[in-house]
Design a protein around this ligand. Sequence first.
Ligand code: NAD
Length: 462
Amino acid sequence: MAQSDSQNTTGSPEPIETRLFINGEFQPSSDGKTFDSINPFTREPVAQVSQATEEDVNKAVAAAKAAFPAWRDLSPADRGAYLHRLAALIRKAIPEFARLESLSTGKPVSRYIDGNAAAESFSYFAEAGWTVQGTSSLNTPGHFNMTVKQPYGVVACIIPWNVPMAFFAFKAAPALAAGNTGCPQEQREGTFDTGFPPGVINVVSGFGTPTGSALASHMDVRCLSFTGSSFTGQKIQTAAAASNMKVVHMELGGKSPALIFDDADLKTCMANSRIYVQETVAEKFLALFKDKYGAATLGNPLEPGTSHGPQVDGMQYERVKSYLAIGEKDGKLSMGGDGDDGYFIKPTVFQDVPEDSRLVKEEVFGPVVVINTFKREEEAIEKANASELGLYASVFTKDLDRAVRTSKLLEAGTVGVNCTSPSTAKDMPFGGYKMSGIGREGFMHSLDSFLETKTILIKMSS
Ligand code: NAD
């Protein structure tokens, strides 16, 4: 962690850095404004984080633009050396990142896998730059033609609050390896001295307005990678179209269904936000599910025994509570509810909620599961697909034919057979159908999404 003069009460051995990082220097925002990062467990401020203005964004983008030609022209190995160094720095600081994320988001330290995932991403992309290659063709008479893959230039990455460190890495590492320079926007603390040439990475913390929207409509940002809600995704796409038609990649919200058939191993079925269970096994499944899902240990996320922390802030807590109220009106609360203690929501299950209820239709993004039943396979598919969101769907069955048939029909970017979120594969594409996203992330897929393809036509004289 670098030194900072900003006030914080995180209990870190050194003061933590909460200023913006622009052109290789930590600096306060141009108007000196900060926002409080609140510990959702104690509900006390833990740090004051600089809040970037439009002027700061302009400065960061200008620095990234100036740094681009030299960064682009380095060999993959030379760029990779910086990424390896950052991976090592992250690895060394994992316990500290776990503590800081717990303090600022309520994520239990016992569940912290993000630091490793981030370091692994930088290590992987430190080597992956060599794989960037085009194609060639002799198919046009009198020509030798080829394609080359080139970086966009300045890339902006905007991430949500729930997995800040890992999402920063999943976007920044491939963008940098591909030769782009960048401008990640973060909502919470998490900056550190990267040792990159000035301007290659700039970090501007802040809120949607003005920080995020300034990036989305910036004329010099050529590509924007976003993870967050579908609602914000729409605003970013509109701003991108209205400014310079920058390329946008979006990982958005989900309302992930899991279909539990009567031949499934019920003990292995885990939580999604919508569960459809075949009527014949519904009672048995519900008892097993409630045992497992309800076994969470609520408490201080800094305690190693805690598996379930508070909601990230008062706004998110109130949002989830509003969905609890809808569930109680429209369906049957069969477990959990408001924790009645700070920002805690207990693992919550609603049953028999009508398919047109907002609780079934909209993303809650909290520990709330709806369990409904079905009789026939076609009915299950129809219910699962009756959503504008399509991030992840799961099928639990021992029948291989049914697994293949339903995987084909489910409208989701990822289908888990006998597994569910957060199961993913690092080298497989991840992204959403419908309003859950545009584009895919995942090792080679991420690298490709930060590259333009150019066709070069060479006419031969003989
Ligand atoms: P959010 O959409 O409110 O905010 C995400 C980011 O966008 C924040 O950094 C915010 O400052 C910024 N932002 C807000 N308005 C903006 C604007 N007008 N222009 C540019 N940037 C703007 O989401 P959140 O509450 O931080 O995170 C939760 C959401 O993220 C959920 O919907 C969840 O499903 C989604 N998410 C998706 C994935 C995935 O892989 N598909 C993973 C994690 C989270």
